[in-house]
Design a protein around this ligand. Structure first.
Ligand code: ZN
Ligand code: ZN
Ligand code: FE
Length: 763
């Protein structure tokens, strides 16, 4: 007879809040093993006893059959003493001081829960908070680790006997589902209007009725409130724009089903999978030319629509009542954080919403909807938040604990521990005071949640970024050394880090964005860097031109156009489009600013060159949101038109004058915008190709990394890759974090780690 043996197993990764313990319990029973499993704040510990063959089968299945949302990073197993257990139990969680644990993001409602939601015989029929071990809220309701009900915002709802028995039954699909709830014991919804309050199904019916009549309803969701209105009602959409004071920035849509999405957008297989994924982000899709019913004001000047599918039971109940596609935009005043709290909603959204669909499950951490594009069948993140954060990016090597604070706009921050980089949810633009507070509170939450005490703080070189100022204050107060990281160096390091690049050898980093502080105090943004993690050399860049009026020039694109005309010696005869956009007094001011160098800092920004070209052809006079002119210029491109412009790029300083010349000549010839836009995009792609070719030869490098906000432009990306692929380089693109400043913090962290290590080596 073979004797009984015992194994002690320790697992780390995303293994809490994803149905891992019930899975282990059922697996142990299937294998005829006894022992126990428990969540610790460091992962999951298992003790199993049984015959050697069964123990081996158990170990094999542990990885092979793990629940869909689990992600095992490490599994350690060792022989240990037999303790003579007679059954297999799930033990109460223990907290190990200092230990930590990745946490699952929020998960869209699963098919099983959708079925029960619509089943009249089910006790959770039409219950807006139905969830299970495979779906529902996670990150947004967790106040601390280990992930157990008392440490979530569900703590104040005590389970009814029916829920409790499901929760404790290993055979049930809600076994240890922490947010478990039902109409008897869980959260409820209600609708508040000027006339009073209605609850339950009546609240849903009334909400649907209000939306159908063109009203704007604030709807509390998973990570915050949305402002919703009928996307097919032009008046309602216009009213929402007017109330939010949002001129042109596109609104996200929620559509009832994939079939409906296909009526309005072209949807590839990869896009369909992403729409229906458990992350359920907003997916940027090409709009169909024959789709007429969505109000044009939803996304003016664009050929894409940002669309998501219903991802909570509440959304599904609303659409099941027969709603058309809805605008679902974050409920906030522009640039303030998304509203999460009921009282806050009543106070802050009173002038935005006609009614409030509320519930009493608290949101502990706000998360906006994520925005993702599909490029060549893979994800290209634009905003990484709900459904993704705080899932870690895996680093090529273990790092000391580092806090990196990101940039100023589209801020995210990052904390590192071992080989994990925990990138935060989308914080927003720190210029706003409430957003800055949300940034500080977010950092405190992440440090507590992941048990991280940073030994280094990394920040941007820009002295006026509020994130930089936070880093200075924090460094001073807590005696933690800080490291400034150049903006574009951080962008390039970010794309390398997410690909697990060791960062020990130089690559050619092509970093194009709107603005970033250079080591010479000028504003960079059209950069070719020879970079590894530790250091970089600025190898080529757009010849700097004045930014007349500073921020005013980033907003008013015509100022940049005039600046480029002057730089090219072409300003004697300004084209009509520019005349219209530029007041005579503004033109005079700009000319004086440039001639005397008054409030006209120099910039090599590629974003500003896109602005200038857009203004020259008269398509976008004012950037009402970041990147607007560039996005509208991309939307113009007609790939069927031939021809391209040429940069002079034989020298480190790339001269844009030949391009400006050619654009102007085409404008005078009466050439249409779509042709000029196409030729300009091809010119930029060809310039990237030629400069990379030269640098690759000079430096013997075969690896190219593309980063910076300009590379959200998939038209440019496609043209660029087509050229680079012919030369057989290894090309790194963003797939996990955004190419815009939302990805900056990841790069800051790895650069700071490399610098710290080299200081230690030399010291
Ligand atoms: Zn479920
Ligand atoms: Zn219950
Ligand atoms: Fe940037």
């Amino acid at each position: 007879m073979i004797s009984v043996q015992a194994k002690s197993i320790h697992i780390t990764g995303v293994v809490q809040g994803v149905g891992f313990r019930p899975f282990v319990h059922n697996l142990a029973q299937r294998c005829g093993l006894s022992g126990w499993v428990l969540n610790t704040s460091a992962g999951v510990d298992i003790h199993v006893e049984g015959q050697p063959a069964q123990l081996a089968a158990f170990l094999d299945a542990l990885c092979a059959e793990a629940p869909p949302l689990a992600h095992i990073d490490r599994l350690e197993s060792a022989d240990c003493a037999v303790e003579g257990y007679v059954d297999f139990q799930i033990r109460t969680s223990t907290a190990i001081p200092g230990a930590f644990q990745p946490i699952s993001p929020d998960v869209a409602i699963c098919p099983d829960c959708q079925r029960e939601l619509r089943d009249p015989a089910d006790r959770r029929h039409r219950y807006p908070f139905i969830n299970c071990t495979h779906c529902g809220p996670r990150f947004t309701i967790i106040t601390d680790i280990p992930y157990d009900r008392p440490l979530t915002t569900m703590a104040r709802f005590s389970m009814c006997p029916a829920c409790a028995s499901e929760y404790h039954d290993p055979a049930d699909r809600r076994f240890h589902a922490q947010p478990i709830a039902c109409p008897e014991c869980g959260p409820h919804i209600w609708l508040e209007t000027a006339e009073g309050q209605v609850v339950g199904d009546a609240a849903l019916e009334r909400t649907v009725d209000l939306l159908r009549r063109g009203q704007i309803v604030a709807i509390k969701g998973l990570g915050g409130f949305h402002l919703a209105c009928d996307a097919t009602d032009a008046d309602a959409v216009a009213r929402l724009r007017a109330r939010k004071g949002r001129a042109a920035k596109p609104f996200a849509l929620m559509m009832p089903s994939l079939d409906v999405v296909r009526q309005h957008c072209v949807v590839t297989d990869a896009e369909a999978r992403l729409l229906e994924s458990s992350a359920s982000p907003i997916v940027l899709l090409s709009r169909r030319a024959d789709s007429q019913i969505i109000a044009s004001d939803v996304a003016p000047g664009q050929n894409t629509l940002g669309v998501m599918l219903p991802y909570t039971p509440l959304h599904i109940l609303l659409f099941d009542a027969g709603l058309p596609p809805l605008v679902m935009t974050s409920a906030n005043h522009s640039e303030e954080p998304i509203v999460t709290d009921n009282d806050e909603a009543r106070r802050l959204l009173a002038d935005l919403a006609d009614a409030f669909l509320m519930h009493d499950r608290d949101i502990y951490i706000r998360t906006d909807d994520s925005v993702v594009r599909i490029f060549e069948d893979q994800e290209l993140p634009i905003r990484r938040s709900r459904g993704y954060a705080p899932y870690p990016v895996h680093l090529p090597a273990a790092l000391p604990p580092i806090l990196s604070v990101g940039g100023e706009i589209k801020n995210t921050f990052c904390v590192t521990r071992d080989t994990y980089a925990f990138m935060s949810h989308h914080i927003g633009d720190l210029e706003n005071y409430a957003t800055l507070r949300s940034f500080e509170a977010g950092i405190a939450h992440f440090e507590r949640l992941f048990r991280i005490a940073p030994v280094v703080i990394a920040h941007d070189l820009h002295p006026a970024y509020r994130s930089t100022r936070y880093a200075e204050r924090r460094s001073e107060a807590d005696g933690i050394p800080r490291v400034g990281v150049q903006h574009h160096h951080a962008h390039i390091a970010a794309v390398l880090a997410e690909h697990g690049h060791p960062g020990d050898r130089p690559v050619i980093g092509v970093c194009f964005d709107g603005t970033g502080y250079g080591t010479d105090g000028t504003i960079w943004g059209g950069e070719f860097l020879i970079a590894n993690y530790e250091t970089f050399e600025r190898a080529a860049w757009l010849r700097p031109v004045p930014l007349p009026g500073g921020d005013a020039a980033a907003r008013r694109t015509a100022r940049m156009a005039l600046s480029y005309l002057i730089a090219a010696g072409l300003d004697a005869d300004v084209p009509d489009a520019l005349r219209t956009a530029l007041e005579p007094t503004e033109e005079r001011t700009v000319r004086i600013q440039i001639a005397r160098g008054l409030n006209a800092p120099l910039t090599s920004s590629m974003g500003r060159l896109f602005d200038a070209v857009a203004a020259l052809i008269g398509i976008c006079a004012v950037n009402t949101y970041e990147g607007q002119a560039a996005i509208e210029l991309e939307a113009q491109v007609d790939p069927a038109v031939d021809g391209q412009y040429m940069f002079d790029c034989e020298h480190p300083q790339i001269d844009c004058s030949p391009v400006i010349h050619a654009v102007l000549a085409d404008v005078r010839r009466g050439c249409i915008a779509s042709a000029i836009a196409a030729r300009f995009h091809r010119a930029v792609a060809a310039m990237i190709d030629r400069v990379c070719d030269r640098l690759a030869r000079e430096h013997h490098i075969r690896e190219i990394a593309l980063s910076g906000g300009v590379f959200q432009n998939v038209t440019l990306l496609k043209m660029t890759l087509a050229l680079l692929e012919k030369r057989d380089y290894v090309v790194y693109l963003h797939r996990l974090v955004p190419p815009n400043d939302g990805g900056l913090a990841l790069g800051q962290a790895v650069v700071a780690a490399a610098l710290t290590q080299s200081i230690r080596r030399e010291g």
